[in-house]
Design a protein. Structure first.
Length: 480
């Protein structure tokens, strides 16, 4: 199979819903983890900064200015306590700006460039210090103090730095993160299971609908019953039921049409068979006149059968499916009526009937399929000439009324009863059983007019006669 013919794989509705619900949860879970870590690290740094601030001020208080220099009251025992824990020891340095080392660890990182001096207030920053070949990230507090300035000692500026490894704050933040994220992960996994089973339960009605449709016989067009389904699925089932109803009605119409067509075709074919048998018998007995009469009846039956088949084909062609192959054109109804009436003149003269076309107004044009409109008008004239009777008058007129164009065929024949008028547009209905027509003429007219967005009506005229009116949308109201 070619790449063009193969359809791209698609996820099931259940998987799509699952992904749309789970992916935001994963994103929110990751965002919550990052936020928790940052928050925990912030709190850990606050604790470290508080301890560094306390140690810096305490160390600054141990330094006293003298006339000859500085007195540092910092016992060795205190130094051992600060540096006793190798994993979390405090490192300190006292210097006299600009860079004169006084006391402590000379490897502490320098103060960042551009940081302003704030006397008496510690400043905190991150840095790195080297211990042998190892680089240790540290958190450092720097305190600028002024000492002396009295009679016994000149004023001196000192920089007191105290640093602590950031490993402890990172470990604390990771511990808080682990204690927070682990329950959230378990809760997320539980929520995922709940969502999964919830989606399966919610879509179970669709599975039921699929089983209901898959397990049906092709001839079973009964409505689908999903009384306990959700509103959305029930709406889908109602749409499917509406479609099944349309298919069922269409099949019923087709069955009825086939039954009627078979019945109508059976009669002339039976006549053909009987007439040919009688003609054969007459030939054997050399009755030539009777043979001619039989053959004439055979010819009439053949003509009737051909007309019936032609009407059936036209009825099928006048439907939406058959008419879609015919082009839509701009039609001058006045000219078309004159042409169709002119073709019927010989038949009207033979029946001693007066066939005429009234003058039509300007703008009597529509957009439609000329072959079908001609067929509809021809059927109306055929009915009028066949049933109005000898000596009758048949009049064709075209009128423009607002946004409609009307075509009327009126005769002053014997007319139709109210019951016949109500059933006149039914297929295969004939007001007189002895009539030669197929009973499809007016049914075809209704199909063609409806296809063009119009209406057709039949009414009695006084003192006697029949008026058939076809109303179409005018050309300036419809798109060709």
């Amino acid at each position: 199979m070619s790449a063009r013919g193969s359809a791209p794989p698609t996820l099931s509705l259940q998987r799509q819903l699952f992904l749309w619900l789970i992916l935001p949860q994963i994103v929110l879970w990751a965002a919550a983890g990052i936020f928790t870590f940052k928050l925990a690290l912030s709190y850990a740094n606050r604790e470290i900064d508080a301890s560094l601030s306390t140690a810096t001020r305490a160390l600054a208080r141990r330094i006293q200015p003298l006339e000859s220099g500085l007195l540092i009251d910092f016992p060795r025992a205190a130094q051992d306590i600060l540096e006793s824990d190798p994993n979390d020891r405090l490192m300190y340095m006292v210097s006299s700006p600009p860079g004169n080392f006084v006391l402590g660890n000379q490897h502490l990182p320098p103060i960042p460039e551009g940081q302003p001096r704030r006397w008496g207030l510690p400043e905190f920053h991150n840095g790195e210090m080297r211990e042998g070949e190892k680089v240790v990230p540290v958190r450092q507090a720097a305190l600028y103090v002024r000492m002396g300035g009295g009679l016994n000692a000149p004023e001196q500026a000192l920089l007191v730095q105290v640093a602590k490894s950031r490993a402890s704050s990172g470990a604390l933040a990771r511990g808080i993160l682990l204690d927070t994220v682990l329950p959230l992960s378990l809760l997320g996994a539980l929520l995922t299971l709940v969502v999964h089973f919830g989606i399966r339960a919610g879509l179970s009605s669709l599975t039921t609908l699929r089983r209901e449709v898959d397990g049906r016989d092709p001839e079973d067009l009964a409505p689908i019953r999903l009384d306990t389904a959700p509103v959305e699925v029930r709406g889908l089932a109602e749409a499917v039921n509406a479609l099944l109803g349309k298919v069922r009605r269409s099949m019923e119409v087709q069955r009825r049409f086939i039954d009627d067509a078979a019945h109508q075709l059976r009669t002339p074919l039976a006549g053909l068979r009987s007439q040919t048998e009688l003609a054969l018998q007459a030939v054997r007995t050399d009755r030539s006149e009777e043979v001619m009469a039989r053959l004439q009846k055979v010819h009439q039956s053949a003509l009737h059968s051909a007309h019936l088949v032609s009407q059936l084909l036209m009825l099928a062609r006048s439907g939406p499916e058959g008419a879609s192959a015919l082009p839509v054109e701009r039609i001058d109804l006045a000219a078309l009526c004159r042409a169709v009436a002119l073709a019927c003149v010989p038949r009207a003269l033979a029946a001693d009937m007066d066939l005429g076309v009234d003058d039509a107004p300007d703008g009597a044009t529509i957009d439609g399929r000329p072959m079908l409109i001609r067929e509809a008008l021809g059927n109306l004239l055929d009915n009028a000439l066949q049933y109005a009777g000898r000596g009758a008058t048949v009049t064709v007129r075209v009128q423009r009324s607002g946004d409609q164009v009307r075509v009327q065929v009126e005769d002053n024949g014997c007319g139709m009863s109210e019951a016949d008028r109500e059933r006149a547009f039914e297929r295969f209905y004939r007001a007189r059983p002895d009539a030669q027509g197929s009973g499809l003429g007016l049914a075809i007219v209704r199909e063609i007019v409806t296809l063009h967005g119009g209406t057709v009506s039949l009414e009695a005229v006084q003192p006697q006669g029949t008026l058939v009116t076809m109303a179409f949308p005018a050309a300036d109201q419809t798109a060709p």
